[in-house]
Ligand binder design. Structure first.
Ligand code: DC
Length: 209
């Protein structure tokens, strides 16, 4: 069984993908980490992630880098989004994601283009969204205990710029696959979102049997 979980930054897709992986006992690949590793390498080499040659040169990295806490920063997310626009970067990371998806026994992958490009044959596809305001509040609370309104709005602007880039690039833009099940987590607790995700996957799988 292959489950694809796509959606914008801070929509809850990572948490949901992890909960589904635990529930079904399937291996999980957070594909955003691959792009974040590229972005971080470019920055460490003093390159520009918006430059295709700099970004492509950063596509070979040690697996250790995927566990580096630097990958979790907003700076890494921004560099990843800029580097991921380049078709050569996406091509360089494609095979690793496809072979993870196709491993015997199945897999769960979360990202932006799993249901559309990496695993269009997935048994269940979720497209997880939430309003930009809610996503900004959630993400900023990971860094600041009591963010003020100005900080939330500034972060919301950054998220919206990232959405804009991810949704409007020519190669593998973020969009729901035609057969994706939509899950808006704006008004849901984590538990409720996870339960809903499991219900959606169950419904989709039982229809196929
Ligand atoms: O999911 P994330 O925030 O860790 O992803 C960081 C960036 O990487 C995202 O803004 C766009 C890019 N990305 C992508 O283009 N395709 C994927 N499958 C996953 C991430």
């Amino acid at each position: 069984m292959i489950i694809a979980v796509d959606g914008p930054a801070a929509s809850g897709k990572g948490t949901i993908a992890k909960a589904l992986a635990d529930h079904y006992g399937l291996p999980l690949l957070d594909t955003g980490l691959l792009y974040r590793a590229v972005g971080v390498q470019v920055l460490r080499h003093h390159g520009d992630p918006a430059n295709a040659a700099d970004a492509l040169a950063a596509c070979v990295f040690e697996d250790d880098l995927l566990a580096d806490s630097m990958l979790r920063t907003a700076e890494a997310g921004d560099a990843a989004s800029k580097a991921s626009v380049h078709p050569a970067v996406r091509a360089a990371l494609l095979e690793r994601q496809r072979s993870f998806a196709n491993q015997p026994g199945g897999a769960i992958l979360d990202g932006r283009d799993i249901g559309t490009v990496i695993a269009p044959q997935a048994d269940a596809k979720l497209y997880v969204t939430a309003s930009a305001r809610v996503r900004a509040e959630r993400r900023i609370k990971e860094f600041l205990a009591n963010p003020d309104e100005a900080a939330i709005l500034a972060y919301q602007k950054e998220l919206e710029a990232r959405d804009e880039r991810d949704m409007n690039r020519a190669d593998a833009p973020l969009r729901p696959a035609d057969d994706a099940l939509l899950l808006d987590t704006s008004d849901l607790t984590i538990d409720a979102a996870v339960q809903q995700a499991i219900r959606l996957v169950e419904t989709r799988i039982s229809r196929q049997q």
